[in-house]
Write a protein that binds this ligand. Sequence first.
Ligand code: PEP
Ligand code: MG
Length: 843
Amino acid sequence: MATDTHPLSLPPDLIRLGAAPAGKEAAIREAAQLLIAAGCIDPAYADSMIRRESVANTFLGHGVAIPHGMVDDRNLVRRNGIAILQVPDGVVWNDGQTARLVVAIAAQSDAHIAILRRLTRLMQDEARLNALFTTTDPADLAAALSDETAAPATPASEAGDLAESFEWVVDYPTGLHARPAATWVETARAASGRVRVRHGDEAVDGKTLVALLQLGLRPGDRITVSADGPDARAVLNRLRATITGLSAREKADAAAAARKAKAVVQGWTPPAAAGREMPVVAGIGASPGLAIGPVHVMPKADLTVPDRPAPLLEGGNRLHEALNLTRQQLKALADDTARRLGPAEAGIFAAQAELLNDTDLITLACQLMVEGHGPGWSWNEAVERSAAKLAANPNPVLAGRAADLRDVGRRVLTRIDPDLRGGSIRDLPDTPCILVADDLSPSDTAALDMGRVIGLATAQGGPTSHTAILARTLGLPAMVAGGGALTELANGTTAILDGQSGRLYLDPPDTALAAALGWIEEQRVKKAHQEERRGLPARTRDGHTVEIGANVNRPDQVPVALSQGAEGVGLMRTEFLFLERGDAPSEEEQYQTYRAMLEALDGRPLIVRALDIGGDKQVPHLQLPHEENPFLGVRGARLLLRHPELLEPQVRALYRAAKGAKPGALLIMFPMITTLREIEALRAVCDRIRTELDAPAVPLGIMVEVPAAAIQADVLARHVDFFSIGTNDLTQYALAVDRQHPELAAEADSLHPSVLRLIRMTVEGAEKHGRWVGVCGGIAGDPFGAALLAGLGVRELSMTPRDIPGVKDRLRDSDLAGLQALAQRALDCESSDEVRALEGDVS
Ligand code: PEP
Ligand code: MG
């Protein structure tokens, strides 16, 4: 039988308006008749469609049903097609389910995904869908459901360009990877017509992330971006601006990565003779360092997802809910990662979240559900099919996205079916090993038992994959993209893993082992020396001490911070108590968390920042009104004062915690303060609650993040006990640069002289009233920035724990007078570049 690969189309003879079938079976037969008459199906296929109803529910929801035959009867489909039966008065499909549009599908392959996708979209546009139930013009139905508007994945070889177009040569050094692609998709999605991206004779839907990634664009590839629809020109202008605008950032990121790679500890070179003897598996270095030990090859993760069919509606709801919850979880993870590791690393989670918006993926899952499979199974299958396509990409950066897709897919899966939770890393040997795996999910990597795994080598993955980033954060030597040969290794083979060059040396001779051991020992001594120093205070050579705190949000993170040399917590961002879950924590839950933080700190200071919600920290479950410009809207203190139901339980929980704490150990700080009135109002609430609870006084401070607060610091200082400067926001507001803007990120430089002058004003204002000033924004963790801040008179610096040793070293090697002179020179500079050029002058 000839295979018809034509997409589904909807000529007028396949549409019947105003039908009034006696029941569901009659409706299916009437629709099937249209398909038979058009030569799409064998008459026997109608029976197959009826049979299907007894094993699966084809009611999609919102008055739409999609009857189709059994998978085994696809041979009865002569050519792809759909028929529509409009039933204005509805026909009962199942108890409580009435169909008004019966969309009968005849498809040999996955061609009907396009129609499913279109239907899914239509279901979100209730007004348009309702109009289709009663329209008297078949053209309305054809337009709503035709291939043209359904924008199916365009078969590569058939695709031409759309009405308007421009050409561009890829100049991103790592090609088109997920982060910039996600931004392209975001821009393209605003278009009312179609957007297509073509490379050679391959063309894909520009609104679909996975499709774009599958193009595997590399630097130097020439592409044509085209669009149609009424706003095609404007859309292309915006897209061109987005695409070219990202070039600078991509180049800067690549240069920074290269600098970082150079800056890391020197790589290892095996002794020449041994180097020639040893078999070596070459991959890509993902996390520097050497590991020596037996390899342990992890059996391929064979997650068996049971197929537990559920009613279609219920399955759809479970998938929908799981997707939403996962998006929220990723948003929280991205926010937290941005603060801990930086915006580039956080971008991975934003891209992962974008993968979840992929209509192809979701539609495929829906289609599988419609075929009668369970939601978990369908979702897993859809993810696996997409990931397999990505993994086949020859560009390792893009192939690395397969692991991300599988990982994010797993997150959704465990939300659909919590029984499937549980790591895949089991049965590790008791002695330390180099773990070899086909691929690892970021979640697996995060859960590694560091006592038993000394290095990681994966056959797949890429250096920018989240797994690689986590390995770097964990300080675990790692290589990726080693190829299939890796997983063929015999368990127990001795190997040297060099995570810098991305090489796994096998069966090394004694000379190589001795050289590698010597190198590891050298590094250990260096590290031990640093560790020794990180426990020392940040005291300059001439005896001036700067307090060093950690930015930490959870009690379980405190021990790590202390081991890095933190002397307390200078910023606990409490909005993460809200962001990481689907509802607001109660007063009691908050109290327990603050108490646990105080206990973990054992008398060291804890500065808790009251909720800073709004701006970049949106909490979806609070369902706050949408704002056009949230950074200038009801954010931080403004929001707290308008929502006593958020402010008061938090303040109560804090004063309750203060009652059991060492005097002075707990400090409260309010975010985004602009005016004195806000301070007075917040203080009044604190005083009232403190009196009610008969709690001790707690130092009350404010974040200085708004230029107005810095400028009026001499006035505000009289009313508070301390200031902590949030340089991330202060920079954003002083320089009018959105801190999350992908193109402008490099311009949001906290070392800009105007920001430094605001910091100076804050310190001077505070000194007038004998108050101290800290800094808890990102610049506090940069050794040069810390040196400048100390020179400007900042007394306390709070940062990501891993930045502490470097900052302490820098300050301990300086003199206060030298730092002050440096700060003065920086204040006199004309640009941030000039300020940065002073680096190296710290004395
Ligand atoms: C800041 O703005 O510098 C700050 C520390 O607060 P956040 O990053 O949480 O807004
Ligand atoms: Mg801030």
